[in-house]
Write a new protein. Sequence first.
Length: 95
Amino acid sequence: MKRSDIKELPEYFERYVNLVDDIELSEAFEKSLKQIDDLDIAKLNRIGRRVYADGKWSVNKIIQHFTDWERIWCYRAILFARREGSIPEGLQECG
C-alpha cells in the first residue's frame, strides 16, 4: 500500500500522512530502519541534554516523545486489530 492508495483521511492525520514518501509500506519500514541504523549515536551523546534555545527540547526529550507516541500507537493498533473496546479519539496537537 502506498500513500496514494489512501482515499480518505481524517483531517488531523492528513498533515502527517502527506509528509511521507509515496512508496510501498514495506519499503517505508526498510527505509526507516536504515535511518535508525545510520544515526550518529556518538554525536547524540555529545549533544546530550543541551538545547539550541530556551524552552526547546533536548535530543533526549525528543527521543522519549517518539517512544511514548510509539507506545500509544501500538496500543491503538492492538485495540483495532483485536476489535476490543473502543479506540480512543485522536489527540489535538500540543503547543
